[in-house]
Design a protein around this ligand. Structure first.
Ligand code: SF4
Ligand code: SF4
Length: 316
């Protein structure tokens, strides 16, 4: 189908790990959310550990596996093996996504995460729900992982969506090259842009990277007319103090009255992704419960409102 883009762009692939339809949390209206695989950050509370690495990965549901060993001989890379009658997965070998193990397992205990989809195919998926977007003011949101990591594919997808008349949003950690960001922003109607912590040392400790690039990119977008909604994942005892919330409001103060600054979304900590760590042989890095009470959330909302910034609570 000619969508007004060069064939090479439509033939390009994006590596994704999920598509979520009828999403109402990540941008206005009803949206289709496409999750790109791979992320340069390692946030300790990440609820999508299967989106961190760009590689294809084996997810093993241990409670479904009966240790029959049927997946072992079919794997051309010897990734599956038996150890004293227990099925294990070698994590240091690159999976080539042949899916032979998935097919061999009669228990449905294996899922290979990571799918390379042509931009054309993704646009077809997005187009299925055009009526919902029209009725609700919704559209496409690309998240991850970190979608700007696959910048060329991202641009092709966003540009195609625009040609189809579909509104676009991206969720980003903001840790990306400014020149890439300048090209991407031409095709983005709304940035959902994370601020996780203003203190650079604490930011590095929590996410693995410094926040200088992130904050400079955010300033660039705000000062150059891109529509931005800031998102703050908040964990009790980690980044929820009045001082920390005030530091974010102070950073955003110069943009308070900018038409393109759309306010702040609070994303309270949750533990929905914890079970996936075990399926990937990863250890969940946070010990303890960092959930916020209703009172904590009310306080945070009122601190932001006091600074004259529009605030919204998003419960995923
Ligand atoms: S998808 Fe193929 S290479 Fe990857 S683990 Fe399964 S059988 Fe091995
Ligand atoms: S084939 Fe399925 S049930 Fe059998 S060992 Fe492999 S993952 Fe477990």
């Amino acid at each position: 189908m000619d969508r007004g883009l060069k064939e090479a762009q439509l033939e390009r692939s994006a590596r994704i790990f999920n598509v979520q339809k009828y999403n109402v949390h990540d941008g206005p209206g009803v949206r289709t959310l496409i999750f790109f695989k791979g992320c340069p950050l390692r946030c300790k509370w990440c609820s999508n550990p299967e989106g961190l690495r760009y590689d294809h990965q084996v997810m093993l549901k241990r409670n479904a596996c009966i240790n029959c060993g049927a997946c072992v001989p079919v794997c051309p890379k010897n990734i599956h093996y038996m150890d004293n009658g227990e099925h294990k997965v070698r994590r240091d070998i690159k999976c080539i996504n042949c899916k032979k193990c998935e097919k061999a397992c009669l228990q449905n205990a294996i899922e290979i995460v990571g799918e390379d989809k042509k931009i054309n195919e993704l646009v077809d998926i997005v187009n299925e729900d055009k009526d919902f977007y029209r009725m609700s003011g919704g559209g496409l949101t690309v998240g991850g992982g970190e979608c700007t990591n696959q910048a060329e594919s991202l641009i092709s997808l966003l540009e195609s969506a625009h040609i189809e008349g579909v509104n676009t949003a991206i969720e980003t950690c903001g840790y990306t090259d400014i020149e890439k960001l300048k090209k991407i922003r031409e095709h983005v109607d709304l940035f959902l842009f994370d601020i996780k912590q203003m203190d650079p040392v604490k930011h590095k400790e929590l996410t693995g990277v410094n926040n200088e690039v992130i904050l400079n990119n955010l300033k660039y977008l705000l000062e150059n007319g891109s529509k931005v909604r800031v998102r703050m994942p908040i964990l009790k005892g980690v980044n929820d103090s009045h001082e920390e919330i005030k530091a974010v409001s102070d950073f955003l103060e110069p943009y308070r009255f900018f038409k393109n600054f759309d306010g702040i979304d609070i994303l309270p900590y949750h533990r929905y992704g914890v079970g996936k760590y075990d399926q990937l042989d990863m250890v969940y890095p946070m010990e303890g419960d960092f959930s916020l009470s209703e009172e904590d959330l009310d306080n945070i909302e009122s601190w932001i409102k006091e600074e004259g910034i529009n605030v919204n609570l998003v419960r995923h």
